[in-house]
Design a protein around this ligand. Structure first.
Ligand code: SF4
Ligand code: FES
Length: 208
């Protein structure tokens, strides 16, 4: 059975049939139960699991703009890059690794001819949020098939791979990519997706 994540309103992520859960320390903490509740308020004392603290802290999962966001395309000579700012977790991998293509403060901010094809593809493949896609010769890249998996990043979001279904009744999730990053600090303005707010919130999870 495939994995399904259901963000509960003002509560945790209810996750069904999760086969693989790993933390940033390399520990395999895959659950033995079919159903688990992962904290998304950031305040649980038993991370990554919910311990009910969200009620005490009156966690709100409300989002101002529940749309998934637009895909903007940047066509180059060899590659077209698609970018969805509302899915970006602002981890900075693209701007740090290939500043000649992902150009902070410039317009347009993506130059698809700014580096070698292979280098651009390598960066897009590493994007943890699914905010970047590409097509070469008119064919869109499809993520290599990966097992359903959640990786708990260091003091950051849950990285979800494997085309795990996101069953979120509070917002439109049509068009979400095969991988995405889910907020676990409680501070994102774009819940359930990470928007990089954990940096400002100085979110710390020493155990994971
Ligand atoms: S999440 Fe992807 S698009 Fe956003 S900064 Fe990181 S690599 Fe770039
Ligand atoms: S979501 Fe329940 S304790 Fe964080």
């Amino acid at each position: 059975m495939s994995t399904v994540i259901e963000p509960k309103i003002n509560g945790p992520y209810l996750v069904r049939n999760l086969k693989s859960l790993k933390n940033s320390k390399g520990a395999d903490i895959s659950p033995e139960k079919d159903v688990v509740f992962l904290c998304r308020c950031g305040k649980s004392n038993n991370k990554p699991y919910c311990d009910g603290t969200h009620k005490k802290v009156e966690f709100s999962s409300a989002v101002d703009n529940p749309k998934i966001g637009n895909w903007n395309d940047y066509a180059g000579k060899k590659i077209t890059i698609f970018d969805n700012r509302r899915l970006c977790a602002h981890a900075g991998h693209c701007t740090e690794r290939l500043a000649s293509v992902w150009r902070m403060g410039e317009t347009p901010w993506i130059d698809p001819d700014g580096a070698d094809l292979e280098d651009i593809i390598a960066v897009i493949d590493k994007c943890p949020s699914g905010a970047l896609r590409y097509s070469v010769d008119g064919k869109r890249n499809v993520e290599e098939e990966q097992a359903d998996h959640i990786y708990i990043s260091e003091n950051g979001p849950y990285h979800v791979t494997g085309a795990v279904t996101l069953d979120d009744s509070s917002r439109n999730t049509d068009g979400i990519p095969e991988k995405y990053a889910l907020c676990r600090c409680g501070e994102s303005k774009n819940k359930p997706f990470c928007d990089g707010s954990h940096w400002d919130a100085k979110f710390i999870d020493e155990d994971n």
